[in-house]
Design a protein around this ligand. Sequence first.
Ligand code: NAD
Length: 493
Amino acid sequence: MSTEPRANTIDSSNFRKLYIGGAWISPSTDNLVDVVSPVTEQIVFQVAAAKITDVDRAVAAAYEAFESGPWPRITPVERSKTLHAFAKALRSRAADFAIAWTESTGVVASMASMSPEYSIGAVDRSIEQASSFPFIEKHPSKNGANMLIHEPVGVVAAIAPWNAPLATMLTKIGPALVAGCTVIMKPAPQTPIEAYIIAECADAAGFPPGVVNLVTAGRDASDHLVRHPHVDKVSFTGSLTTGQRIASVCGDRIARVTLELGGKSAAILLDDYDLEKAAKSLAGAISVLSGQNCAALTRVIVSRSRHDELVKHLVTAMQALTIGDPYDPEIKLGPIAMKSQLEKIEDYIAKGIADGATLATGGKRPAHLQHGYYFEPTVFANVENSMAIAQEEIFGPVLCVIPYSDEDEAIRIANDSPFGLAGAVYTNDSTAAYRIARKMRTGTVGQSAPSASFAIAFGGFKKSGLGREGGIKGLLPYLETKTVMLSGEPDEL
Ligand code: NAD
């Protein structure tokens, strides 16, 4: 496999425009957003930078499409026909999505190539819900007709983070569109290319004008989008700090909001489970997106008597992760996506050492790689759960091993976190895994592996977010319920 950059294989003819009201239009300024490759440290893409006036235009288009257009008024099954065409168009661009992801974030190409099919599953599930979900529920009535009707919530701002730009955006707009909402996509400035390709696919699928819009805004224009009185719902995935700001803006104006935020998820290892097997699983899991993964199992909780042996196996498993060019099939760990993120990880390494944790392996940039934002997979041993490295999201390939004395203490440590996104219990005993899973205050728990399901539901307890994405739980936030009580049956529904 060639290890050359491939950004120039993607048609960039729309990248200096914005998609608003069913057309590619010029933004109000010539300002551009640079997308930097973490492999070459060079600019690989440039896209338009929307200003507040561009955001206003996008909201106006989405508002008009919602207030006066056909999309919210046709049935979900009719909407699903356009969503079918959309899914087909998305699949036809799978190779571009994969390249865009690797070029912008350095995610290894083998993973990037699997991501489009996985991510488009969100649209497939929405198509299926068009016919399976009871958008009009009949309720018992003595003489007339009582109904609970699920109607679209309105104009949706879909705001995505940089780490998984395709999956996060489709998980929002799939359910929003089948519900009958109109959407404004706002990707992260570091990874906007996927949203451009999504907009091109929406254009090809033939949504009515204004149903799907794209703006690429920085902080001020994004803030304006969230505050806009014609935005009915904000669906946000990103950091806790931004989520808190958005939640307070939405709280102020009683706008609907879904938040998918950070995590500091725990893996509890029970004494029956093989430590070498666990170490391999945990090292493989933290290599995904180089640890820049909200659901990463970053706190490894092991009984005190097995702590040192686990650390030994983890060091071996982490050192076996090959680091380098993400297009090389032998490579398991690509770079960190951005310089600022690399520096943030380095700050946490310094904090961990200063707080007294034992750096068992890693903790630095690899000596053999002169360019690129690479960082060695890292294990901290003898970590106390109160340390910053155990409480705060590092968002890098860093594992913290924390000892426990008994099962109750393991659960207490797992729950002693401001976050609650994911978790795992490593054991061969499903009864024990279930018992502990029920006590963990977190959104997903798996057995002996990292787990997540957007077919069932995904989201967090506590500061990991508000609401869920995926499954029926992920459709409901795009719907308002209206109770209608009639004294007779209407001629048609
Ligand atoms: P971020 O909060 O910096 O940015 C996320 C998005 O919000 C970007 O599009 C950004 O431009 C936009 N934004 C920034 N300020 C804004 C404002 N004031 N108003 C409106 N929008 C604003 O997050 P990030 O660094 O891009 O992403 C990493 C974070 O995302 C991590 O904390 C990670 O855990 C989290 N994440 C969570 C999930 C999940 O499902 N829970 C999934 C992926 C990532």
